[in-house]
Ligand binder design. Structure first.
Ligand code: GTP
Ligand code: MN
Ligand code: MN
Ligand code: MN
Ligand code: MN
Ligand code: MN
Length: 213
């Protein structure tokens, strides 16, 4: 097994065991909390009628030009993490999606944004599987009724999970810029949920690092 795939699997284990449990995270009273979710679905659709898309994963182009997952800052003294995430989804996607504790994947400290920043940020990550039609409904609402559309959220995007002859697809997507650790949340989720074959993911990662540099 290649070095970077070994490293990827090791860090996946670390992430699965959790840098912080949900309870430990909530015990930090001085911390700020943000919750984001990866919504995804299976699909039989084929690009150009011949390339299976396999899965739809939703991300968003943020106001700051970075890619990230829908969600945002939550105030645990006023709302649960999950109801706060649902509120953010109402603002950013234009519909109220119920999120439950079972959808929680992990919680971790975000690196301090500046040495002087007073309170640490803990990011909580969730994954929710939906039907293809539900994903389409989210996309429609996000582009029409969502309060944040065109403001904090410039648009929803699907992640290309395939690799084309010449390398386009997942590798090119991964070479964009992401907010916080959204890129590794995406990569680890694709691996953990088996949405992309490990070998193909490894190739895309290697190629994206090359094109990024
Ligand atoms: P406001 O309504 O303007 O406060 O934005 P928001 O509540 O929607 O917050 P946002 O989604 O920007 O998330 C808050 C912070 O969490 C960001 O400043 C980032 O540091 C971090 N963040 C944002 N998106 C992601 C993501 O997809 N993954 C991770 N790990 N962190 C993220
Ligand atoms: Mn065309
Ligand atoms: Mn928001
Ligand atoms: Mn947000
Ligand atoms: Mn917010
Ligand atoms: Mn806002």
């Amino acid at each position: 097994m290649s070095y970077s795939l070994t490293r990827l699997k090791t860090s996946t284990k670390k992430m699965a065991s959790g840098q912080l449990s949900r309870a430990e995270a909530l015990a930090c009273s001085g911390c700020r909390h943000a919750c984001h979710v990866m919504l995804y679905a299976d699909t039989k659709a084929q690009l150009f009628g011949r390339i299976p898309i396999k899965h739809i994963i939703l991300m968003q182009m943020r106001f700051d030009g970075l890619l990230g997952f829908p969600g945002g800052l939550v105030n645990p003294s006023e709302e649960t993490l999950e109801s706060g995430l649902s509120r953010e989804l109402s603002e950013e996607l234009g519909l109220a999606l119920p999120i439950s504790v079972e959808d929680h994947v992990d919680s971790c400290y975000a690196p301090p944004s500046s040495p002087s920043s007073s309170s640490r940020l803990i990011t909580h990550f969730y994954v929710k599987k939906m039907d293809e039609e539900q994903i389409r409904e989210v996309e429609r609402a996000a582009a029409s009724t969502a309060a944040d559309h065109g403001l904090e959220v410039l648009g929803m995007v699907r992640v290309p999970l395939y690799t084309m002859k010449g390398g386009g697809g997942l590798a090119s997507f991964l070479s964009h810029s992401f907010i916080g650790n959204a890129r590794s949340q995406l990569v680890h989720s694709m691996l953990r949920l088996n949405l992309v074959a490990p070998g193909e993911l490894h190739k895309a990662l290697t190629h994206s690092l090359k094109t990024h540099a």
